[in-house]
Write a protein that binds this ligand. Structure first.
Ligand SMILES: [Zn+2]
Length: 178
């Protein structure tokens, strides 16, 4: 299965309009986080990605290179542009499912990294004494249900705050008059 298709001589195939060099695929992704790329490679037991310039058949690409299993050429991520370049020749040089699996692993690892970063969140409640919108910091690690008393920073009325952390990691706060 690793037979490399040769470029088709154009004079033999006048209907072949696409030159063989143009099958590099560029896709727009949100792949911008090197740490998450590395974690995705670890998760899929791939070799660690490397920053380099590589040949993709008869063109070159530069970026963070990920070698997918069974792929003839690496997938090249341009982290600044959030762009992936690869040449799997419509699946002949590498299974598309391997790339999809990598993109999925990246998304999971990226979400994990973000979740760790946002251990401290902010939530908003409306003070029912003065009607102001109040932003409070929430420590997610303190538990999914938190109750505490805090004075409204606008009208100084003590409020009991009920904090609920949803399954999505979002904090919701309700304020109640003491
Ligand atoms: Zn208030």
């Amino acid at each position: 299965m690793n037979v490399k298709p040769q470029p088709i001589p154009r004079h033999h195939h006048p209907l072949q309009e696409t030159p063989a060099s143009s099958h590099i695929v560029e896709i727009k992704t949100e792949i911008r986080d090197e740490q998450a790329v590395r974690a995705a490679c670890t998760r899929l037991q791939l070799t660690a990605p490397e920053h380099k310039t590589v040949r993709l058949f008869n063109a070159t690409a530069k970026g963070l290179c990920v070698q997918l299993p069974g792929w003839q050429y690496p997938v090249v991520a341009n982290l600044q542009a959030g762009q992936l370049q690869y040449d799997n020749y419509n699946g002949h040089w590498g299974e598309q499912s391997r790339l999809n699996q990598f993109l999925q692993a990246y998304a999971v690892e990226k979400a994990r990294i973000e979740a760790r970063k946002s251990a401290h969140q902010e939530a908003v409640y409306i003070c029912d004494s003065c009607g102001e919108e109040i932003v409070v910091p929430v420590d997610i690690s303190a538990g999914a249900h938190q109750d505490y008393v805090e004075d409204c920073p606008v009208c100084c009325h003590p409020m009991t705050l009920h904090v609920e952390i949803g399954d999505d990691g979002e904090a919701h706060v309700e304020g109640e008059h003491e």
